[in-house]
Design a binder for this molecule. Structure first.
Ligand code: GLN
Length: 281
């Protein structure tokens, strides 16, 4: 049994346990075996014919078993890449998704160019949206809210790992912001319908359900965010929300009712309606 057998075995086990394609299984096997051994991909290629020690073989087996049981790769590794940077991830926070990069791009395109611009991120989780905005646009004044104290602790740790300073507030959407107003509010709120079978698939059963699901139609939290936004936006302020691919019409309607202008829904890389935005007078 050499390192390449170890990899091949991990690949087969992951492929059948998680119904992955051969390519996905190979990629995950390399990542997990590398992580278990504390080596990079080049090392694995170069040492394919060497024999692992019993400790090495058992740490690989333990990690592969966790993944076989469905534990998300991001929780096993404790990190996930978002917008080109690594963020610490724990089971207290939603795992950053590539489609959320669309929200960040749309926000960056609409931030006013003047200085001292204030941005609010509601339901920050890892902090990946708030911190990416702060890192991409120097001088932004960013506030990140989460109702989960353990999630907010992860956002704070990510802020210190990124070397940026943001205000982290524990609260239920606007509950702890007093009369503060912002130039832009962004959010990737829970929006999956509580009865959506999607919640039982892939990584989702392992993620905080409060970060994912929101009532029968998934619109409850989006509705609360939109309703509270006008009292916390400056003149001309923007609201940008991520949502489910079937919620674009409902979110635009919700924004129009709250008197937002130029409401638009943007499609993600998969071509699915994913972000809706608008601004006030
Ligand atoms: N896009 C995620 C999913 O369906 C859900 C994220 C969210 O609810 N904010 O997997």
């Amino acid at each position: 049994m050499d390192f390449s057998d170890l990899l091949g075995d991990a690949e087969k086990r992951l492929e059948s346990a998680l119904h992955l394609t051969r390519r996905e299984a190979r990629l995950e096997a390399r990542v997990l075996v590398g992580y278990a051994l504390g080596v990079d991909r080049a090392w694995l290629v170069g040492h394919g014919g060497d024999t692992p020690t019993p400790q090495q073989a058992s740490s690989v087996a333990a990690l592969v078993a966790r993944r076989e049981a469905g534990e998300p790769v991001a929780y096993i590794l404790g990190e996930r890449e978002f917008y080109g940077r690594m963020f610490k991830v724990t089971p207290d926070v939603l795992i950053p998704r590539p489609e959320t990069e669309l929200l960040v791009e749309a926000a960056l395109e609409r931030l006013p160019l003047r200085s001292a611009v204030r941005v609010l991120d509601l339901g920050t989780g890892t902090g990946c949206i708030a911190l990416t905005l702060a890192l991409e646009r120097a001088g932004l004044d960013v506030t990140a809210v989460d109702r989960s104290a353990p999630a907010l602790a992860v956002a704070m740790e990510n802020a210190s790992l990124c070397g940026v300073s943001i205000h982290c507030v524990l609260g239920d959407w606007y509950s702890d912001l007093g009369g503060q107003r912002f130039d832009m509010i962004v959010s990737n709120p829970p929006y999956v319908s509580a009865s959506d079978p999607h919640l039982a698939r892939g990584d989702l059963p392992w993620e905080p359900q409060g970060a994912l699901s929101a009532g029968a139609d998934g619109m409850v939290e989006i509705g609360r965010i939109v309703a509270g936004a006008p009292a916390h936006l400056c003149t001309g302020g923007w609201l940008l929300l991520e949502h489910g691919s079937d919620q674009g019409d409902a979110v635009r309607q919700c924004l129009a009712t709250a008197e937002f202008l130029e409401t638009r829904t943007l499609a993600d890389l998969a071509g699915l309606p994913r972000v809706t935005l608008g601004h006030l007078h």
